[in-house]
Design a protein around this ligand. Structure first.
Ligand code: BJW
Ligand code: ZN
Length: 266
């Protein structure tokens, strides 16, 4: 009969030289994309038949011009997405990242995700490069809008919904996200670049590495000699240059990374 062990670093094999590098690292960045929330039931953007941009048009939904042309369709679609996030829960990948934070003197979690699942898993000081669904604001004057409490009941794919009006200028309220063609929030982007430029190790987790400028962060880390660890079940353009490619779901790989690090430090 086998004896249960408190942790199982061998559930996903983590290379010894990666564990040694992590055990000595001081400054660590975790850079995440939609794949980290996939195991919570949140759709990614570009995966096979399930990605949002394979089922819905980014051109018609995720640009300022789309919102100007059809604010009700865009608002209703994002309300459906916001309801999906409110109904979801953090998964073992979010939890492992929150635990990883405790191991390093200097740590930054930089996400492209617009959900709050990292925060709900216990991560603090999360940088959201592409905004947050909960941070709606006026399209005209940028005045913040507070969503009412509760989870809206919206049909799959959303429905036409008039956006709320701004309390300051009566303009349309827009989702609090960064659309194509819009600049990333400047202080957040500068913090992300600084951390990528100075880190010892950068994890790139659950991102297709296709959307710029965010996709440049792992390249910036590599450029100054940092170790870049990619976690993704599928290959991406980063595979050729990443120091380590851990091909598996984040909810399996990251708990194994944390367990291996804890075992090395024990
Ligand atoms: C798993 C998994 C599991 C699955 N475990 N993994 C250079 C070249 C070409 C174009 C450009 C360029 N520089 C800029 C551009 C234009 C454009 C761009 O990058 N376009 C490319 C797509 C071609 N970029 C922009 O427009 C950006 N702005 C900009 O450049 O501004 C310039 C400017 C300066 C000054 C003034 C004005 C302008 C803005 C980009 C905004 C992106 N917005 C979106 C939507 C946000 C709102 C919303 O949620 O609707 O952000 S698009 C979408 O893509 C979303 C994501 O954050 C982003 C990245 O996607 P992500 O996270 O990588 O998801 P996927 O689906 O692509 O990948 C998921 C991965 O997970 C897959 O690899 C799976 O295998 C994996 N996975 N299960 C681990 N269990
Ligand atoms: Zn306004």
């Amino acid at each position: 009969m086998s004896t249960p062990t408190p942790f199982q670093p061998d559930v996903f094999p983590i290379p010894d030289n990666l564990v040694q590098t992590l055990a000595q690292a001081e400054k660590v960045v975790v850079f995440t994309g939609a794949g980290v929330s996939a195991e919570s039931g949140i759709s990614t953007f570009r995966d096979g038949n399930t990605g949002l941009w394979t089922r819905y048009s980014a051109h018609d939904l995720a640009t300022p011009a789309a919102f100007k042309a059809n604010p009700s369709m865009v608002w209703g679609w994002y309300e459906w997405r916001r309801a999906g996030v409110l109904n979801a829960h953090p998964n073992p990948a979010h939890q492992a990242i929150a635990r990883l934070q405790e191991h390093f003197r200097d740590f930054a979690l930089i996400t492209q995700n617009v959900d709050d699942l990292h925060e709900r898993a216990g991560s603090i000081g999360v940088t959201h490069l592409h905004g947050r669904l909960e941070r709606a604001r006026c399209f005209a004057c940028l005045h913040p809008f507070q969503h009412p409490d509760g989870i809206p009941d919206i049909p799959e794919g959303g429905c036409e919904m008039q956006p709320p009006r701004c309390s300051r200028c009566d303009g349309n309220v827009r989702p609090g996200v960064v659309w194509f063609g819009e600049a990333l929030p400047q202080p957040d982007w500068e913090h992300a670049m600084d951390m990528a430029d100075q880190c010892d190790v950068l994890f790139s987790v659950g991102t297709s590495s296709l959307v710029y400028p965010a996709a440049a962060l792992p390249q910036r880390a590599l450029a100054h000699g940092a170790t870049v660890v990619q976690v993704n079940p599928l290959p991406t353009p980063l595979d050729g240059t990443a120091t380590f490619n851990l091909h598996g779901p984040a909810g399996v790989v990251l708990p194994a990374v944390v367990a291996a690090l804890q075992a090395a430090r024990a």
